[in-house]
Write a new protein. Structure first.
Length: 629
């Protein structure tokens, strides 16, 4: 079928079609989109076909249904859109921004906020036209505070918290994936495991690209001292500072190949990146005391060994004498580089985050503990609360900067000049709101009383209570945003009806989701292998578990070789797969970690409800078939 024939086919579609015809059209369009990405579909008027399909090359756009159009076009000052899983909430957010821009609103008047970087970048790219104001809450806060010190995040933050805990308290098994692997694998196999990871170096540094990973590991194995992304000034952090006088930048694109575009997850396009490359080169030409060398993705094409030969040659020309450490010494150093993170550390870190998100100081934590003790908090729980609060006090006294402190600083420092041009704020995943996020938005409202706020979320997907989020702002939106309009989108365009119905049945209250597609299946199975033999190799499959402990029960390498993704339910949020296999048992009891956080006002019933919502998130990742193990 030619592109012209495709357009003719779409133009001939009737205004109303039956459910069977809708499904046939969807299947045809799914096949068409593999080869043609810019087909105009303005003549499709059905309100039940999925409205936006996004892929790496481009997108096919369909008309929006009546619920989506109402949300896109509403002129209310404050709007909360309650959007069930698969209902197209991202498409609506993006379309709302596009129409504001089309109607003459300057992009500086718009702020599109997300809770994680991946979602922020995805929305930025879907808006297009070099839209720059899609940010995470934390990157927005960063732009206000402009801190000079590094921010504690991820594993680095956990290790710092652990450094504050007395060693005699670190008596529980390692909990994070790295610690589990270190405990379960021989030292030699653990070295190979880390060497083959793409995100961590052999000396436990979180890295951003495969090339940087290979460079860091090579330097480690040759006993060369380096610093990763050491700040030169307020805005510039070169990739590697080696022995203090050698600067190494690894470029992420081939500047001589016009077809080599910036990856999807980057925040800048090819031209912006090349301009940045050239400005960095010009800067280092002026720094006569430094030696500047470069590598790029072009050097990676022949594999790791050849890349290391190229790197070795460049470093030796820069004056380094290189000799690789013995294998036994490398293995020993890798073992020493990775400190085991204990379960108690994760619990304390969550306690600190919850305290910060709820604006709890050490003092009012102590007052609350006294109340909890008088109403019957269990001895073990009360002991943990006192212990965790002591570590929180040390953490506060350290004056380290983390994301929660950054948000507080932004709320304190934000001024009218920071938001003078701002007229529209659009917030994704509003069910994950917390007091810290609300305080920042409330301060903006105070500075700009006329600002419009559009928030979208799904109360059935509120799963971040462990990090301090609360449904209070979602459930009582009109209380915090006076005169707000509450809208709903309940049609799931992702999952077939059997899966949608299964998800609905998990809840007794709330608006049920509708499915746009009949069919699918939900099947209970006794083991994974019994279903894999019948699954097509051409589809996306995921195995979802409650936590990292369950990963130990799965032969990860076996299933990864089959192209199956294995992840926790939390990690799966925002993703979709043709078929999903779920480890059911652990979702049916309240996680033991969560019980420690009744201190923050969570009842057993609320904790159980959050576990159910996490199960719902896992269920609604499936499009075609859901297998319950």
């Amino acid at each position: 079928m030619t592109k012209h024939e495709c357009k003719e086919f779409i133009a001939k579609l009737p205004n109303t079609i039956s459910e069977t015809e809708k499904n046939e059209v969807i299947e045809i369009l799914q096949r068409i989109k593999k080869d043609y990405f810019n087909i105009s579909t303005s003549s499709i008027n059905s309100t039940s076909i999925i409205k936006s399909q996004h892929n790496k090359k481009s997108s096919i756009e369909f008309n929006f249904d009546s619920e989506q159009l109402k949300a896109i076009n509403s002129k209310s000052k404050y709007i909360l859109l309650k959007a069930r899983a698969g209902s197209g909430k991202t498409a609506v957010l993006v379309e709302r921004v596009k129409r504001l821009l089309k109607n003459g609103v300057n992009q500086n008047e718009i702020l599109l906020l997300a809770f994680n970087k991946k979602a922020s970048i995805e929305m930025k790219k879907r808006v297009g036209d070099n839209f720059a104001n899609s940010k995470t809450f934390h990157s927005f806060a960063y732009s206000i505070v402009k801190p000079t010190e590094d921010i504690l995040t991820g594993r680095k933050q956990l290790l710092f918290v652990q450094s504050l805990i007395p060693k005699n308290e670190l008596n529980e098994i390692g909990n994070d994936e790295i610690s589990q692997q270190k405990a379960n694998l021989s030292s030699g196999v653990f070295y190979k495991y880390i060497r083959n990871r793409s995100d961590l170096t052999l000396n436990d540094i979180e890295i951003k690209s495969n090339g940087e990973k290979w460079i860091a590991d090579f330097l480690f194995e040759h006993d060369v001292k380096f610093e990763y992304e050491k700040k030169i000034n307020q805005v510039y952090k070169p990739d590697f500072t080696i022995n203090k006088n050698i600067i190494l930048e690894h470029w992420g694109i081939d500047e001589n190949d016009p077809n080599d575009q910036a990856p999807e997850y980057w925040t800048k396009d090819r031209n912006e990146y090349i301009n940045e490359m050239n400005s960095k080169r010009a800067f280092w030409k002026t720094q006569k005391e430094k030696i500047f060398i470069e590598t790029s993705v072009v050097d990676l094409k022949k594999g790791r060994e050849e890349f290391e030969n190229i790197l070795k040659s460049k470093l030796e020309k820069a004056g380094l004498s290189l000799e690789k450490l013995s294998t036994s010494e490398i293995i020993n150093r890798v073992q020493n580089s990775f400190t085991t993170i204990y379960k108690i550390t994760e619990r304390v870190a969550q306690f600190i985050t919850n305290s910060q998100q709820k604006n709890r100081t050490v003092l009012n934590n102590l007052m609350h503990m006294y109340i909890m003790k008088t109403i019957g908090s269990t001895r073990n729980r009360y002991k943990f609360e006192i212990f965790a609060n002591d570590i929180y006090k040390k953490y506060e006294e350290s004056n380290k900067l983390d994301f929660q402190i950054l948000l507080n600083k932004a709320t304190e420092q934000i001024s009218y000049k920071d938001v003078a041009s701002l007229n529209y704020i659009l917030i994704d995943e509003f069910q994950d709101f917390s007091p810290l996020f609300y305080n920042l938005i409330a301060k903006i409202k105070e500075l700009k009383p006329d600002v419009n706020i559009f928030a979208v979320g799904d109360d059935w997907q509120s799963i971040n209570g462990f990090a301090g989020s609360s449904l209070e702002y979602f459930n009582n939106f009109a209380k915090y945003f006076d005169g707000a309009e509450i809208l709903s989108m309940n049609t799931n365009y992702r999952s077939k009806s059997a899966i949608v119905e299964f998800g609905n049945n998990l809840f007794e209250t709330g608006e049920k989701a509708n499915s746009s597609q009949i069919g699918g299946q939900v099947v209970e199975i006794k083991n994974i292998d019994e279903v894999l033999s019948s699954i097509s190799k051409d589809i996306k499959i995921a195995i979802l578990v409650r936590n990292n402990y369950e990963k130990k029960e799965i032969n990860i390498s076996k299933y990864k070789e089959l192209g199956i993704e294995i992840m926790t339910a939390h990690k799966s949020k925002g993703l979709q797969f043709d078929d999903v296999i779920i480890y059911k048992n652990s979702f049916q009891k309240t996680d033991s970690d969560n019980k420690f956080f009744e201190f923050f006002g969570k009842t057993e019933q609320e904790l159980s409800a959050e576990e159910k919502r996490l199960y719902y998130v896992a269920v609604t990742r499936a499009k075609e078939n859901l297998y319950i193990l």
